[in-house]
Ligand binder design. Structure first.
Ligand code: SF4
Length: 195
């Protein structure tokens, strides 16, 4: 596994690309996940995530994946679980103070990040780990948050368009408000059932 982990950081750019495509697929599946229920899909997705990321990155399923900010080197493999850079004990040659045969995950992270498009992400300070999320699917959480943000953006965009139209035709609105309606569309008009 350790070798595969090193391979992943050496090919961080390819993994970054793959991850972006994968996230797009997960976001596209959001309506399906909503229908089935995120609670129901959590377990199987977390199982797959554990298997795939365990193999590729020695993932510890912290639930708040930061691989794209750490050059595809999982910081939870640091014996001190440091999330924001190495401690002061990195040995010569970039080896870990606690496990002398292992390369410091932050040395790996720096190498990996330098090949990635989002190379500056490693400079961002990451929040501490929330242990309550351990074991949960970071894939699902990240894609769900993105889907929610996209939906909100779309709705905000619709409202702005509607407002612009209403402002552009104030007289027409006075005579016939539905010509440039301001009221939100009912769910049925958007193809949703109103329950
Ligand atoms: S950061 Fe967390 S979720 Fe991502 S690979 Fe490491 S342990 Fe797994």
């Amino acid at each position: 596994m350790y070798r595969i982990r090193l391979f992943a950081t050496r090919h961080s750019r390819s993994f970054e690309w793959l991850y972006q495509r994968f996230e797009a697929v997960m976001v596209a599946l959001d309506p399906l996940f909503e229908k089935i229920g995120y609670n129901r899909v959590e377990r199987p997705v977390a199982l797959i995530e554990r298997g795939v990321k365990g193999l590729l990155f020695d993932c510890k399923m912290c639930g708040q994946c930061v691989l794209s900010s750490t050059g595809m080197s999982c910081p939870m493999n640091c014996p001190k679980e440091l999330r924001n850079g190495p401690c002061g004990g990195v040995r010569e040659g970039g080896f870990c103070e606690v496990k002398p045969l292992m390369r410091c995950v932050w040395v790996q992270a720096w190498d990996g990040a330098s090949q990635m498009r989002g190379r500056d992400r490693i400079l961002q300070v990451l929040p501490p780990v929330d242990r309550r999320l351990k074991g949960s699917s970071a894939w699902l959480r990240a894609s769900r948050e993105k889907a929610i943000a996209l939906r909100a953006h779309r709705i905000a965009g619709l409202d702005a368009d509607r407002l612009a139209l209403a402002n552009a035709f104030p007289q027409a609105r006075q005579i016939e408000p539905t010509s440039a309606p301001l009221a939100p569309e009912p769910p049925r008009a958007q193809g949703k059932s109103d329950q």
